[in-house]
Design a binder for this molecule. Structure first.
Ligand code: SF4
Length: 365
């Protein structure tokens, strides 16, 4: 039994910046399909993971099996510890629009090693939550040229279904994308991460055509709900490195912040004020910065999956406290009520503009 003083103290401790370095994800198994190993880029991944002494299995067929455990807990554990290198199916070459974040999504992988209790993938990717990396990435990249529109900057988002930095040490996929878009004057690559190991990106020839974003949240939310990711402090320092000019040892990238998912937890004004102050300290030099604000939402499908994955979560998903919004297919999602949204939005817009008057707000959702 905790006293109320103990609870307040533990809450305060949680709002202090956590300064430990992030752990790199090292899967317990790496599976290759025969098709993936035929791809030169698949071979490169093979060399990387064998150099890291990871246990590699070459499958007999192109189907990934052996991910199911005795119950959903065990299935989750097995899948989250597995990296599968596969060839993206033909459907991956038909790109989907992804407003408001970008014009099109391109996926270099599907599945993520982190353990966010609100995970955006819950309910959108079927089956056990394994991370599948695409060995035919170079073909997926050249395919994007069909979607470019001359005279306009067409944007491509690669982070919809994975954390691209969380797996970069194993795959080199993001570097491949950055190099590719560095050669495309009419396109822009966009990625976002909750990890901090960005050093391998700093010297790449991006030519200003990649916007590197980090996802940030209030310290207690990140600590409680974003398992396996880098602490907020590490992400802020990663953003600083990406944005600093090359002459100062940085990457010289256009950068961005994705503040997500925004949650009006107790004390949210103070917590998010503290976060924005820390961001202003990390970016205390002129840089090309944008921000995207995304409030928390869930669907009946994502809630069911998340409660299965994280039965003890403290994440609030109470339909009665939310507004239901229908999409054009009749599905429902639960967002904050209009009056709560208004209060949140005016706070974030004012606080952002106060600190970063020249950094555009791309959208609020
Ligand atoms: S980083 Fe993104 S994709 Fe990965 S677990 Fe967290 S919310 Fe899900």
């Amino acid at each position: 039994m905790h006293t109320s003083q103990e609870l307040i103290t533990s809450e305060l401790n949680l709002s202090q910046p956590l300064r430990r370095p992030a752990r790199l994800w090292m899967p317990k198994r790496v599976l290759f399909t025969p098709d993936a190993l035929e791809e030169p880029f698949g071979q490169q991944i093979f060399e990387r993971v064998t150099a890291l002494n990871l246990p590699v299995e070459i499958l007999k067929s192109n189907r990934i099996t052996g991910l199911r455990g005795a119950d959903s807990r065990e299935t989750y554990r097995i899948a989250k510890n597995t990296l599968a290198v596969v060839k993206a199916p033909p459907g991956a070459f038909r790109l989907q629009p992804i407003p408001p974040s970008a014009d099109w999504q391109v996926n270099l992988a599907e599945g993520c090693p982190a353990h966010c209790q609100y995970c955006y993938l819950a309910g959108s990717l079927a089956g056990p939550p394994v991370t599948r990396v695409f060995a035919n990435l170079p073909q997926l990249l050249t395919n994007t040229a069909r979607y470019e529109q001359p005279g306009k900057t067409t944007t491509f988002e690669v982070s919809c279904y994975t954390d691209v930095i969380g797996i970069e040490h194993l795959t080199g996929s993001l570097a491949e994308c950055v190099r590719y878009f560095g050669t495309r004057p009419d396109a822009q690559l966009r990625f976002v991460t909750k990890y901090e190991q960005v050093d391998s990106l700093l010297d790449l020839p991006h030519h200003g055509r990649t916007r590197a974003r980090v996802s940030l949240n209030a310290e207690p939310i990140a600590r409680r709900m974003e398992g396996g990711t880098a602490p907020v402090e590490g992400r802020l320092q990663a953003l600083r490195k990406l944005a600093l000019p090359a002459e100062q040892g940085g990457g010289g990238y256009p950068v961005g912040v994705v503040l997500a998912p925004i949650m009006p937890v107790p004390g949210w004004r103070e917590l998010y004020t503290g976060l924005l102050d820390r961001l202003a300290e990390a970016l205390d030099f002129p840089c090309d910065l944008t921000v995207e604000f995304i409030t928390h939402r869930f669907t009946p499908g994502s809630k069911a999956v998340l409660l299965d994955w994280y039965p003890n979560t403290s994440l609030e998903m109470n339909e009665a406290d939310r507004a239901g919004k229908r999409n054009k297919f009749g599905g429902i999602k639960y967002v904050y009520r209009p009056e709560d949204m208004k209060g949140l939005q005016s706070f974030f817009y004012a606080e952002w503009r106060k600190r970063f008057p020249d950094a555009p707000i791309l959208y609020w959702t």
